[in-house]
Design a protein around this ligand. Sequence first.
Ligand code: ATP
Length: 219
Amino acid sequence: MTERLGFFGGTFDPIHYGHLRVAEELAESLRLDRVFFIPAAQHPHKLPDGPVAFQHRLEMLKLAIEDRPGFEVSDIERFLPKPSFTINTVQALKAQVDGQCFFLVGYDSFQHIKKWAAYELLLKLCPMVVFRRPGVPGGRAALQRLLAKITGAPPQWDPDQGALVTPGWPLVHYYEGCCLEISSTDLRQRLAAGESVRYLAPEATRAYLLEHGLYSPTK
Ligand code: ATP
């Protein structure tokens, strides 16, 4: 049987329960067999290598998901040209795995899709699963308007599939359920202020970042 695979890109600087909870909910609702967490080697719109190095972000991710079968980390962007364009990542990962892919992305990121490299090709390459980012404005109606601008036709909502349908284009799924208003920015700010991030990220991740003095006031 064809596996259903979620590709979840992000800076993960650091990974937190907001990321993990939405991945869990999407895996459940879309019946995903595996979810690949793909840390950006060099985000096109953020600082080169982020505040902490790729290797640290990768290790924190591995620790965060180690006890969840079906969740995996892909370091594919390490080997791809920089900056890391999503289109290159999806093409390369699709060539490595066998299954039906879904690209998981929060509306806070997806709303800028027209600035992404080869975004029309990306939309055709892999069905998107756009989810509401708690605390960030923009719901299904905003997504519908954005897609209409790209495809030239207003998509129709299909409640059975939980997706927006535009003839000639892959489905764009929309998910509204996730609810943890946590951000990496908030974790970094707390750590820089010497404050606790307990219960915002998995314990193994928290132990790693403390052990390595990541995001600490002295770094
Ligand atoms: P930063 O605060 O540094 O911008 P972030 O918390 O937004 O980081 P990213 O690694 O940039 O995290 O996000 C990767 C993906 O995870 C994006 O698609 C984003 O929408 C999603 N995401 C991040 N935090 C949450 C959350 N609390 N709930 C749901 N989705 C989230």
